[in-house]
Design a protein around this ligand. Sequence first.
Ligand code: PMP
Length: 451
Amino acid sequence: MKTEVELKKGLPTNETHLWNAITRYNPDAEPTVAVSGEGSWFTDENGNRYLDGVSGLWCLNLGHGRQEIVDAAAEQMKALSYFPLTMNHKPAVQLAGKISELLGADYQVFFSNSGSEANETAFKVIRQYHIQTGNPGKYKIISRYRGYHGATLGALSATAQANRRVKYDPGVPGFLHVHPPYSYRSLFEGTPEETDLKAADLLESTIQHEGEESVAAFIMEPFISGGGVIVPSVKYIQRVQEICKKYNVLLVMDEVVSGYGRTGEMFGFQHAEGVQPDIVTMAKGLTSGYLPLGATAVKSEIYEVFKKQGKDNHFRHVSTYGGHPAACAVALANITIIEKENIVERVKELGESKIGRLHLLSDHKNVGEVRQAGFLVGMEMVADKETKEPLDDEKMGSILAECRKCGLMIGRNGDTVPGLNNVIIIAPPLTSTEEDLDFLVETVESVIRSL
Ligand code: PMP
């Protein structure tokens, strides 16, 4: 066991007892040991400060150190340290009501601890719902290539990214995938809107080929995030809803990344007028990462089916810590700040005036496309603009490393599709100051211009 003193000498992370998430073993890696944070910045044990351009794992939406959130957790822990949601506690009841209000329709909310669990919960609700409404053959769940829905086996089965699955397959039976609306590398010819609508048609033909009596649900991120920030045209989302309704296929919106203001609306689906998903899953921005919390919001009409009397009608699903009183109190404090400080408006405005400047880089020979929704940006990097050959792994790595040397942490779409790990990802805290955003944009600009 390495002692703290030894750690301070700068031993590589891989030489401690900590098993890092999705990080390759590298005995020469320089460890980052974060010790404190303030706003959008964190400081490591050597006193180096970094602007966190990806909000941790896209979750630290309000930045570090919000006293109101810290107080809400402490007060709740003192008042009622734990209580299971087989019964009620006030913060969970209040939060469920608030989430339903924000979603703009009546939803019943089931709490868990993470985005993966929120999706697992949705999958079980979906299968049971169809059984209890006389369609027991409807069990298949369709998702999209490049989509990410979580790390647990059900959520991973919906995650259609080969490299994340290959050593853990076969996954859960009954999960199918269709092509996303990815106009930059579309299967189809036409304008982005035309190719996106053709991608929606693929959903319809898949339902027909599989047999509508076997298809239970379609799950999508409004904006594919970890899979490379893919921004669809609004008409795609509207068309998908029409198709789902036509075939009695439940529409699940995975708002784990896009929820709570990230894209310039409270939820990503709210960019598409008239769209109201059957189920919305969320985590991350729900608490701004201060405590773990996931939520599965289910349209009240669907919940009605679970309310019927009879011993087999209830939802046989439980999570010991899901909807922990302190996590719910933190989420309520988080939402209060988002509303009081007009964070959604702020994201819209500064997304355009500050972060939007990244579009100017589109003229660079290695920038294939800049895609943006509010404070969520993907820059698809290519070796050649004509052939769209992806920028190689080494150059991608050096862009991130150079930014890091300048004090900026950004990300990339790690293990998404073999050979297509070429999207730079930028998603700073939604409270980043204008100076923070200037620093972010200028640093990325100068690193890319020096390629
Ligand atoms: N859905 C989406 C869209 C995500 O990006 C993630 C996590 N990055 C998840 C689900 C899973 O969330 P968690 O890591 O909290 O399980």
